[in-house]
Design a protein around this ligand. Structure first.
Ligand code: HAM
Length: 453
């Protein structure tokens, strides 16, 4: 017996209908915010990811050598490919550029709750605008991509953080470049690491001062608004140069939060410097979206994550171009929406079920099936000759609104009997007028008082 690979999913029709619903609402939200759809290849040169995504994703790549001897990988994310695509035409593309895509990504992770080896992501990205207005626009789009299904600020929260502020703080402690990125890597894991292990990982950077640093981190993680960020970070600025840089950054925080509040999105935002993001290319504001339990606590794995990555296009060899984007995953979103009762039951039903007699009747009935389908009316019929009793049972089970009956008597008179399967009402129509008549019955139904013709 054959089985699926671990971490992959089969989508039976009901799952597919759910997935399509998710994609439809996502793309409506993206378009409504002015994003245009693009697409990229599933398979890419391996070095696009080994050089640009960072070690965490590289350890999860599905990679192999193709028949032409090229080292290739299934895309684990879209961002490096998108950066290449935008970079190649950056001079001629209008800015700000707002693009979106919904696509499958592959990561060789340990399959677990909320994490699979194949998942779909909505990606929205904005290029060409360095200021916090673009970050606000992007976060607003991410919020709308969840709110459009029904959840409110009681159900989910955007944890908003800032790698720039972290880097300025670490610079004030003497850590820059690779060392600062190493410390951020530990902070990224803090929520999942026991204290002792976190301290151990901080030792190479802080030695005996690791406990003091850890205590400062705990304070930073408890800061929940712009004024407390200002008090802490300005209070720890060791010189005028860093103080000026921190002041400049705090002004951008104020603009970002004011933009979001003006759009009515304040209640969805939580200042939370615990988010630093695992991917290597992020440079400024970063965020992750989490579901909230009834008591307001964060729960589960991230529904979405993103942030600013102003140097990625430049690192690919193209002109430096400011960029900000997010990815929202279908696995955690579907679980979340189901849990909150926000996914309608997806049942695909025909409009019409055609009940057919044998011989001439079947020929006339099939002609009606063809005409109805050409007119866009969803039409089903039994693929082989079966008795009327069974066909009526099938018509009922199909969920169709109307049954069309083409028996030998009807065929002899070029007529079709139409039964409203909800009201029980029946009428006779001429086969030549079937399409117009069926359209009207689908809109208005057939009253139960009508007697069969
Ligand atoms: P990411 O945080 O790696 O970001 O993924 C974004 C979202 O995709 C996650 O929050 C999660 O919902 C979903 N996701 C990621 N990995 C898996 C998995 N193995 N199984 C199920 N769901 C998963 C990125 O990928 C960035 N490229 C996003 C971005 C776009 N940044 C800028 N633009």
């Amino acid at each position: 017996m054959h089985e699926r690979l671990p971490g992959f999913r089969d989508f039976y029709p009901e799952d597919c209908a759910k997935r399509n619903f998710l994609f439809r609402v996502w793309s409506d939200a993206a378009r409504c915010h002015g994003f245009h759809e693009y697409d990229i290849p599933t398979l890419e040169p391996l070095n696009l990811f080994t050089e640009k995504s960072g070690p965490e994703i590289v350890s999860q790549l599905f990679n192999f050598t193709d028949k032409g001897g090229r080292e290739v990988a299934l895309r684990p994310e879209l961002t490096p490919s998108l950066a290449r695509m935008v970079g190649a035409k950056v001079a001629s593309l209008p800015k700000p550029l707002k693009w979106f895509n919904i696509a499958e990504n592959f990561r060789y992770e340990k399959p677990q709750e909320g994490r699979l080896r194949s998942h779909y992501q909505l990606n929205c990205d904005i290029f060409g605008e360095p200021g916090p207005g673009a970050d606000a626009e992007l976060i607003a789009t991410a919020i709308a991509s969840i709110r459009s299904f029904g959840p409110t600020e009681k159900d989910f929260v955007v944890r908003l953080s800032d790698r720039t502020l972290w880097m300025l703080f670490l610079a004030s402690l003497g850590h820059e470049g690779e060392a600062a990125l190493g410390v951020l890597g530990v902070i990224d894991k803090l929520e999942r690491l026991p204290r002792e292990q976190a301290l151990e990982r901080l030792t190479p950077y802080f030695g005996d001062a690791r406990e003091d640093f850890f205590a400062q981190v705990e304070t930073i993680l408890s800061l929940r608004d712009a004024p407390s960020l200002a008090t802490f970070f300005l209070g720890h600025a060791p010189n005028a140069d860093l103080r000026a840089k921190i002041e400049g950054r705090l002004a951008e925080w104020t603009t970002l939060l004011e933009n979001l509040r003006a759009m009515g999105l304040g209640p969805f935002i939580r200042v939370d410097l615990g988010i630093v993001r695992g991917l290597a290319y992020y440079t400024g504001f970063v965020f992750e979206i989490f579901k909230l339990d009834a008591d307001g606590t964060l729960s589960g794995r991230a529904l979405a994550g993103g942030g600013r990555y102003d140097h990625l296009i430049g690192k690919l060899g193209f002109p430096e171009t400011p960029a900000v984007g997010f990815g929202m995953g279908d696995v955690t979103m579907t679980q979340f929406l189901e849990e909150r009762g926000c996914l309608p039951k997806m049942i695909e039903k025909p409009d019409v079920f055609v009940v057919l007699g044998g011989g001439e009747a079947r020929t006339l009935g099939l002609a009606a099936v063809g005409a109805l389908r050409s007119a866009g009316i969803r039409t089903e019929y039994p693929l082989r000759e079966v008795g009327f009793g069974k066909q009526f049972r099938l018509a009922g089970q199909s969920g169709a609104r109307l049954a069309l009956i083409v028996g030998e008597n009807e065929a002899a008179r070029h007529q079709i009997r139409v039964k409203d399967l909800t009201s029980g009402g029946e009428v006779g129509i001429f086969a030549s007028h079937a399409v117009e008549a069926i359209r009207a019955f689908l809109d208005e139904g057939i009253p139960p008082t009508d007697s069969p013709s």
